[in-house]
Write a protein that binds this ligand. Structure first.
Ligand code: TYD
Ligand code: MG
Length: 452
């Protein structure tokens, strides 16, 4: 007799035999008989048949995924407008940067918004977490805590408790008992993350996992987990600065370059609503080597200051040291300044830093970097009322960059009244903003520093 095929009327998952519950979506009494399964052995996969997969087309209407907001605006924004139901999220970052603090605060907010939240720590005892909660003034929020590392026990408990959101701190401490290697090893981290993401999809529960990264990436870091999850956020910052950036590096449900800005205080993380004001707060007198860049992070404009120091080098090979920007890009700009503008940097050590612990990745910062470098080398400060942005090509011509209007508006909001940019139709008219539009780097240097 030909075997029948059954499919779930709710999620359409195919099953080779009937059962009371769909093991894909968990609904009861939804399997319906789809008629006899075509027979005849397949030569692939050892002749064993799998179940039929659902085929569809591109035009089928999709509804936007359901989301829950935490109420921490900076976090919701980075997630793309709140946490998507049944999604798996990885929050990576250096040890000690504040991941546990962030997630405990988020857990408390989600719990207050009506989600059943379970926070499972493999790193700290529940007493320690409670102490942190006390410091953060969160003891009255209904978060459920556990200290456990055995994933089988955790999943069994979760199936029993049926939460809406699970936080796992951290993925490196979790272990599955069918693998021999130690927690934190590549195979343990990979299997644990796989178990947790499939749990998320199967049960419709959101899972947020913490992953430690080390600078040298030596231990089994979250990198191997990144492709398994829907969203990857990195929490970063300089340890001796209070500012912390939460940066989306992958997001199946939102923009992947969004940032959220926080400040680490004695009472936990506080949202920073106006990051530009914060990054520029330290500016005082006009200083040689400082240039203000009007950047875009994700969807929002962020102003920050590039600081350069150029000094005669005691070394045979001069130093090139960069914090907060790309070292390769710095080398390129030095080369363009040297060969196209006749400003040599050989025999000089070059240090470049983005103030406030900010990290910039846009090539739009090229022009601000060039300005900072030449200003430092010539020991001539730039005007403090000026912002700069633009990309530099290898031929020293200046290329317009995207979203110039929002960069300019942000600059104006913060009291800047002059902007130097590549010439572009899209710059727009901003009342009260003096625009200096340039075509190439040679003219730009000439304009800023006279003949040099
Ligand atoms: P933590 O969240 O434990 O970092 P991670 O989980 O990423 O390893 O936070 C680490 C640091 O944050 C720790 O050095 C203490 C500091 N901190 C504060 O400054 N204020 C606070 O309210 C809390 C809870 C921590
Ligand atoms: Mg921690």
């Amino acid at each position: 007799m030909a075997k029948s095929l059954y499919s779930c009327t709710k999620c359409s998952a195919a099953h080779s035999k009937w059962s009371g519950q769909c093991d894909s979506c968990g609904s009861w009494n939804t399997l319906s008989d789809e008629g006899p399964l075509a027979t005849g052995p397949s030569k692939t996969l050892g002749g064993k048949r799998g179940s039929l997969i659902t085929l569809t087309d591109l035009s089928t209407e999709e509804y936007p995924p359901a989301r829950t907001k935490s109420g921490v605006a900076e976090l919701d924004q980075v997630l793309g407008g709140g946490l998507v139901d049944a999604s798996a999220v990885l929050v990576g970052g250096d040890p000690g940067i504040g991941k546990s603090t962030l997630l405990l605060q988020a857990a408390a907010r989600f719990a207050r918004n009506g989600l059943k939240v379970i926070y499972i720590s493999g790193e700290e005892a529940t007493a320690q977490i409670r102490m942190r909660a006390q410091r953060l003034n969160l003891t009255d929020s209904p978060v459920i805590l556990a200290a456990e590392t055995n994933l089988r026990n955790i999943l069994t408990t979760l199936d029993h408790e049926k939460p809406n959101l699970v936080i796992i701190d951290s993925i490196q401490t979790m272990w599955v008992d069918h693998i021999e290697s130690a927690p934190g090893s590549v195979s343990q981290v990979r299997s644990s993350a796989h178990e947790l993401t499939s749990y998320a999809k199967r049960r419709g529960v959101s899972v947020i996992m913490v992953g430690h990264v080390t600078k040298d990436g030596q231990i089994a870091g979250p990198r191997i987990v990144e492709h398994m999850v829907d969203t990857v956020l990195y929490f970063e910052g300089e340890r001796n600065h209070q500012f912390r950036l939460l940066r989306a590096v992958k997001n199946r449900f939102g923009p992947s370059d969004e940032i959220g800005v926080f400040e680490m205080t004695g009472k936990g993380l506080v949202e920073v609503k106006n990051p530009s004001a914060l990054f520029l707060a330290e500016r005082r007198e006009p200083t040689p080597g400082a240039a203000v860049f009007a950047g875009i992070e994700g969807t929002r404009p962020v102003l920050c200051e590039f600081q350069a120091l150029v000094a005669p080098s005691p070394h045979g090979q001069p130093r090139r040291s960069v914090v907060g920007w790309d070292g390769q890009r710095l080398a390129m700009i030095l080369a363009v300044l040297e060969s196209r503008c006749g400003i040599p940097f050989s025999g000089l050590d070059v240090y470049l830093n983005v103030a406030g612990g900010m990290r910039v990745t846009e090539p739009a910062a090229d022009l601000a970097v060039a300005a900072a470098l030449v200003s430092a080398r010539e020991n001539k400060p730039l005007a403090t009322d000026t912002v700069i942005f633009g990309e530099i090509s290898l031929s020293a011509s200046l290329r317009p960059v995207s979203q110039s209007e929002s960069r300019l508006k942000e600059a104006q909001k913060l009291g800047f009244c002059r902007a130097i940019t590549p010439i572009s139709k899209k710059n727009g008219e901003i009342t009260g903003m003096k625009m200096l539009e340039m075509v190439n780097l040679v003219d730009f240097i000439q304009e800023l520093f006279g003949s040099s």
